[in-house]
Write a protein that binds this ligand. Sequence first.
Ligand code: THU
Length: 154
Amino acid sequence: MKTEIEELMLDELNSIEQNLISRAQEISKQAYAPYSGFHVGAAVLLENGEILQSSNQENVSFPTGVCAERLVLGYAGANFPNSAPIMLAVVAQRGGEETWAGVSPCGICRQTINEVENRFQKSVTMLFLGPNGLVRRVKGISQLLPLKFDDLKS
Ligand code: THU
């Protein structure tokens, strides 16, 4: 399988995509990241038009901390079990910096996104903001997690 990761500038995205990125930027300002200083924001668009947001929430016991993506997708699944997440924007900023850092989901979050796709039988389009207005657009988790384990039945 050939991996396709599109690279675009922020102003090349449509208004729905741009809006989702600004919602992620907005919530990243409220990250609780005293240990890493890496402030992440994630915003998810559901099929019903609802937009949900979350930041990362760290813990003095480091592995207890939760990534922004996993929190927002968990909230979506718990509160909107009948509406598929169709788009996810992720942004990050280091404390004290104005620029946006490059970010892309960790392995556990990739597996979480995979579960969401399986649950709703819909692929999730992902947008990752990087420095200087560069956005990586990825359609479907298979692009980020090839040869994934996802079926106990086969
Ligand atoms: N983090 C996220 O929230 N999402 C990502 O995609 C990458 C990493 C968080 C975890 C931790 O709180 C901090 O960023 C540094 O790894």
